[in-house]
Design a protein around this ligand. Structure first.
Ligand code: XMP
Length: 522
């Protein structure tokens, strides 16, 4: 097994950007993980970090109960990099002064390197190779007004005399700006200097090492016990299941529920990939009739969502009980799904979005959670999937909502309308793929609208339903913009849908961004 080396551990003080730090470090081929700021010292030591990064945080170091690490962290003999709140905190803890200047600094600033820092600096310097004057992103109220003994300023900005500080003898460094965001163009260079030059990490880590390391950890955690996983055919649950299967083989049972609201060919594709190709213990539950019965006549979006969600839990639970003797519930939870919050008492609490827990199953069956992807971002999960040999048709596919076509079949849900929608959706995706645009789009979808319009086909009058095409670009689904298609792609899609799909005779194109629209219609 390839040695993935000692990790860089990020102590999380609750900043909006802290999740990006670990990711940027991983981009330099060094493994990095995030732990809460008050992580016990012995556990921290057990992680054997090559370096520690204090993240930013929303608090002021002067606030009552301001989050603080165990002071023993400074005695571990491990290099530390403080970012924003992180540097103010250690400046104060080590005897410097932090004050609130008249002006809060927020946005772009220009960093000037001082003395022999910057482009002239030798190896082992935080700013080695960084331009004399470079753009950085600032976002802080407090600022260091006096550095602790042994520290020097190595860079300043117009408003910030201690924009970067260093105590090379001790291996403690700090930056007031955010090197992890894209608005600091040389930020990755600075993080890389810390990780490689100061902490001495090599660039041995990649997604293959993540896979090896995870397999080892899953085996240690699970032993000979049994794991169940809900497999949807989406990227996250697919990658999580294949990873766990690599580790424990048939001690993993996967449950795939066909709720009748899936895309064309989905049940066949999932069975082919996971059962036939990966030889996994896949339990296919055909619950189409149950879902369609429960949804009959329901048109209100939230009611649809509740019915689909509750019934999924019911069906999944029944299958779990039928399988019996299970110890772990595996989930494809990713880092963005993990909601971090620094509670009022200063202790961070990590909770999972409720829809990621399969109902009350963990409590009811006394199951532990197994979430091997919870440190990763979506594109990293895709890279893990590729390293595991999952095909692109799974790894690169667009997100698909849990309630499936149920929230795209606007109005009443019937088998006939779902089949119509499935046909139109397949044509849209097919045309996008043919045009080589699938990878440029975050998500593409068709909605079937409960509106009929008059058309003419051959010499015949038609009176059929309308569908809308929607395709968006997005970074994280929080905001989205409509995708600018070459007109001929839309034209071909519309013409094929009207000609090939029996009950649609008119096609609209949705140009609503998010906000104010959401990506899904319901
Ligand atoms: P909206 O429609 O809120 O969607 O802009 C944002 C993203 O989330 C997906 N989505 C869901 N995913 N369960 C899921 O797993 C759901 O209930 C759900 N609803 C929306 C949506 O497809 C988009 O990618």
């Amino acid at each position: 097994m390839k040695d993935s080396g000692r990790p860089i551990v990020v102590l999380d003080f609750g900043a909006q950007y802290s999740k990006l730090i670990a990711r940027r470090v991983r981009e330099t081929h060094v493994f990095s993980l995030i732990v809460p700021f008050d992580y016990p010292l012995d556990k921290l030591r057990a992680l054997n970090p090559a370096g520690i990064i204090f993240s930013g945080g929303p608090a002021s170091v002067h606030a009552d109960g301001a989050p603080m690490p165990d002071p023993g962290v400074f005695k571990l003999g491990i290099p530390i990099l403080g970012i924003c709140y992180g540097v103010q905190l250690f400046a104060q803890m080590l005897g410097g002064k932090v004050e609130r200047p008249e002006r809060r600094e927020y946005g772009i600033a220009h960093l000037d390197t001082l003395g022999a820092s910057g482009p002239l600096a030798g190896a082992g310097n935080l700013l080695a190779g960084v331009d004399n004057r470079t753009q950085v992103w600032m976002s802080h109220g407090d600022a260091i007004s006096e550095v602790p003994e042994g520290f020097d300023a190595v860079a300043k900005t117009e408003n910030c005399p201690f924009a970067a500080i260093a105590n090379r003898a001790k291996g403690f460094y700090g930056v007031q700006f955010h090197p992890e965001v894209v608005h600091t163009p040389q930020g990755t260079r600075i993080l890389s200097n810390f990780v490689h030059e100061i902490c001495g990490c090599d660039s041995a880590w990649d997604m293959g090492s993540f896979v090896d390391q995870s397999i080892k950890e899953i085996r240690e955690k699970v032993g000979n016990k049994q794991v169940i996983c809900g497999l949807s055919g989406g990227v996250d649950s697919s990658v999580a299941s294949v990873l766990i299967h690599e580790a424990i083989g048939d001690n993993l049972a996967c449950v795939f529920v066909n709720n009748g609201l899936l895309r064309q060919g989905e049940p066949e594709m999932v069975q082919e990939v996971f059962r036939d190709h990966f030889h996994m213990d896949l339990h296919y539950v055909d619950a189409e009739d149950r879902f369609l019965e429960a949804l009959a006549g329901v048109t209100e979006p939230e009611e649809k969502r509740k019915i689909i969600g509750n019934l999924f839990v019911e069906v999944f639970d029944e299958e779990a009980v039928r399988l019996g003797a299970i110890d772990f519930l595996a989930q494809g939870t990713l880092y963005p799904d993990v909601i971090e919050s620094v509670s009022a008492t200063g202790g961070p609490s990590v909770t999972i979005k409720s829809h990621h827990n399969v109902g009350g199953l963990p409590e009811k069956m006394n199951l532990s959670l197994l979430e091997p992807l919870r440190e990763l971002f979506k594109d990293e999960v895709r890279a893990v999937g590729k390293a595991l040999g999952l095909p692109d048709k799974i790894v690169m596919r667009h997100p698909f909502p849990g309630p499936g076509l149920g929230v795209r079949c606007i109005g009443a849900i019937t088998k006939e309308r779902l089949d119509t929608l499935r046909d139109a959706d397949a044509i849209f995706i097919d045309e996008i793929q043919e045009a080589g645009l699938y990878g440029d789009i975050w998500q593409a979808l068709v909605c079937l609208l409960p509106v009929r319009s008059v058309g003419v086909q051959g010499d015949e009058r038609t009176y059929e339903e309308v569908c809308s095409l929607r395709a968006v670009t997005s970074e994280d689904a929080m905001t989205a913009d409509w995708f600018r298609f070459p007109p001929e792609v839309l034209q071909r899609t519309a013409s094929r849908i009207c000609n090939e799909v029996k009950h649609i005779n008119r096609v609209l194109f949705d140009i609503t961004s998010k906000p104010p629209g959401t990506i899904e219609w319901e």
